[in-house]
Design a protein around this ligand. Sequence first.
Ligand SMILES: [Zn+2]
Length: 349
Amino acid sequence: MRWPLLALALMIAACTHVPSSRHLAVSNLQSLPEPKLHYLGVGGWLIHWRGEGVLLAPSFSNPGGLGIRGLPPLRVKANPQRIDTFMPPASDVKMLLVGHAHYDHLLDVPRVMHIHTPKATVYGSQTVGHILHAGNIDARRIRALGEGDIANPYLPTARGTWFYSNGQSARDGTQPQGKTPGMIRAMALRSEHAGHAFGINFIQGQYDDDLDTLPQGLFGWRLGEVTLAWLIDLLDENGKPVYRIHYQDSAASPPLGFPPLITDGKRIDVEILCAASWDQVHNYPAALLRVTRPRTLVLGHWENFFASDPRKPARTIPLQDYQGLLNQLSHYTPVIPEPFSLVPLPPPE
Ligand SMILES: [Zn+2]
């Protein structure tokens, strides 16, 4: 292709839109009592609960190719100033959960852990752990999960492992040792990262050893040996779940990302879905929703994050079919929050 044609193709592919023009009704609540979800854009969510917090890997730097909105970058670098400007207070965060190691989920995590969440332990794949080593994160703050730590959706009756906010872990249906296991727990679920286009995931691979320097290029932020979804429980003082949240930071083929049967039989209150690449796998998210049947459905990772400006209203991801996604959610009224806005949790049951 000649250069002008290539440039034109790139410009067309990089087209982002105002969400309302794609039938997306975006909410923008700025003040709400607890409990609530704080959407930080891309896969980032922050929840405060009874003196503790859980953070789902945020992304603020959002580099773009040639600085063009909607165009993916080839070189990626965290923007400390932006992170410090847009990361809300999170010093109560005990658990930082990472689903996979792509830059839009991990690039900003070292800075966030150093500056904003000094009490947080990060949970993720072995690859996530190897990359964070290069971010000078104390090894005691990294919980790189092995196969035995991750619930397998092909064995739905096998008991999963809960990781508690005080650092303990226990099989589902058993109590962790000690009296105060913390107010939050999370279970890692084997999931999948859908393709980016044509069903192909362009950034695959893993790391088997600790890195000494953070990857500089898009392709250095390898997906990882496993992609994780999460079940997150907000607990009462007796360790009983008040809220159960299911979270996916990437679309996945059913049953990948499905939770196993949980012994207490509590229903899922909130489902946080990934809108990006939803049509790259079959039956997403319709099949998942038949299992999780949440009271509140929230769409994240719906907005353009290539050279996006957090000060301006979010725009759509280039080439995404949002109407098709909304058609799959016909029994729900999904909440689609503007980045840096709030979503109320439903009243406890
Ligand atoms: Zn992503």
